[in-house]
Design a protein around this ligand. Structure first.
Ligand code: UD1
Length: 416
């Protein structure tokens, strides 16, 4: 599938932001710890979510969609997570923590995912080992034995989002034991997962801070939950407004989760107004370049927004340096942006961008999820007809992206 985009339109209107992909995926994994009915309300059908649900169903959980709500119930019948989907979906690794917590044994393949650099799972495994889980590796499989699982004090060598979530889940059902996790990632989606677990009767405290304490409980009960809004999708629509000019209202969002982007957009010359549950961006001139942007773990500038602001810097006035500190291969979109006339030079983890007043339309191809979204924004801002190919990458983490952009006035069609 491709998008055919006739760029150059200004964008005006409201977008209701869907639930966060990075909340939904670990939360779906967490439902494995509960046999009773869990309802996840208003679920956007990102391709990653569809795959995660497919894995859950193959493991034996009963899964049903009622309107936009996902209803999950029953027990898994297998603890072997070795189906084809796990090769493409990195988030399948979240099931390691939840399966071990409840069933104390599991077999996993190494997870796949977006090609944005090496994505090892050593921090996950080191933390789980501290909980007494034993791993053996054979034939590309990871055999996990949690018979001696127990609470412990764990200090992560890096605040990995996935490792924090996995260890949090693994310790949830160690009845009567206390697990202290230090140097945790603090992303809002981690708080969302903790809130979900606690809504089932779990006892996870401190999520959103550097230290999380989990008091193990015996059993979890059913719940009915709605995840927080997707901060990266929010940022994507706001940056679209900044690049194409116009006025965008991103609704149902918590501005507190987007502060680095809001500061960035204001410094770029955009008018950004904050409300309790929405962000309104207005921009009618060429944005100014930001001299230096460095991606960081939360609450720093999110790496997931890096490709989007990279696209914006290519048409901004002035020079900019982007330093990607989280993932080592997150500049794959550069060669595609260069086809549009972008002036970018990459050296290791730094991209130097000389802003040009206009990009030219081109045939480009998505290298990964956020890079793909960055290309859509670049082509929307470039007057004339562009094609963005391989959009399945985008659909892994954006729902009704073309329809939302169309409702804002973009000329975009999805074609075979
Ligand atoms: C999550 C997000 C992803 C986001 C990333 C960083 C989900 C589903 N995905 O991914 O969108 O880009 O956080 O905000 O929530 N690392 C190791 N060893 C490990 C684990 C991680 O070296 O065991 C490294 C990674 O290679 C990477 C860095 O740590 O360089 C950050 O990874 P991590 O925070 O774990 O990201 P994910 O949980 O994979």
């Amino acid at each position: 599938m491709k998008y055919v985009i006739n760029g150059g339109n200004k964008l005006f209107g409201k977008v209701n932001i869907d639930s966060a992909k990075n909340s939904i995926l670990p939360i779906i994994a967490a439902t494995i710890m509960c046999d009773e009915e869990c309802v996840i309300r208003d679920l956007p059908l990102y391709l990653d979510v569809i795959e995660m649900v497919a894995i859950l169903e193959k493991l034996g959980k009963k899964v049903e969609f009622q309107g936009n709500n996902l209803i999950i119930s029953g027990e898994i019948s297998s603890t072997s997570v070795i189906m084809a989907e796990t090769k493409t979906l990195r988030s399948s690794i979240f099931m390691m923590g939840s399966i071990l917590s409840k069933y104390r044994k599991a077999i996993f393949t190494y997870p796949g995912g977006c090609d944005i650099g090496k994505r090892p799972i050593d921090i996950h495994l080191d933390g789980l080992k501290k909980l007494g889980i034993k791993f053996t590796f054979a034939n590309d499989l990871i055999y996990c034995d949690g018979n001696k699982i127990a609470g412990n004090n764990i200090e992560l060598s890096f605040p990995s989002v996935g490792a924090t979530e996995n260890i949090m889940m693994a310790s949830t059902l160690i009845e009567g034991e206390i697990t202290v996790i230090k140097n945790c990632a603090r992303e809002p989606e981690i708080v969302d997962l903790a809130n979900f677990i606690n809504s089932m009767g779990g006892k996870v405290f401190g999520a959103g801070y550097e230290t999380i304490v989990v008091f193990g409980v015996k059993k979890l009960h059913g719940t009915n939950y709605k995840c927080i809004a997707d901060r990266i999708a929010t940022g994507t629509y706001l940056i679209a407004g900044a690049m194409c000019q116009g006025r965008i209202e991103a609704c149902n969002v918590n501005p507190n989760y987007l502060l680095p982007l809001i500061v960035f957009l204001r410094n770029s010359g955009c008018k950004v107004d904050l409300f309790s549950d929405k962000i309104v961006l207005e921009n009618f001139s060429r944005p100014k370049s930001i001299a230096k942007i460095e991606t960081q773990t939360y609450p720093g500038f999110p790496t997931d927004m890096q490709s989007l602001i990279l696209a914006m810097q290519t048409i901004s006035k002035g020079n900019s340096i982007i330093h990607e500190t989280v993932f080592e291969a997150r500049f794959k979109v550069v060669s595609e942006l260069q086809k549009m006339g972008a002036k970018i030079n990459v050296s290791e983890r730094y991209a130097t961008i000389v802003g040009t007043s206009k990009l030219k339309p081109a045939f480009v191809s998505c290298p990964d999820l956020r890079g793909g979204a960055g290309l859509v924004l670049a082509t929307l801002s470039a007057k004339g007809k562009s094609v963005v190919d391989e959009i399945f990458h985008i659909e892994r983490g954006y729902y009704k992206f073309d329809e939302n952009l169309k409702s804002l006035g973009a000329n975009i069609e999805k074609v075979e």
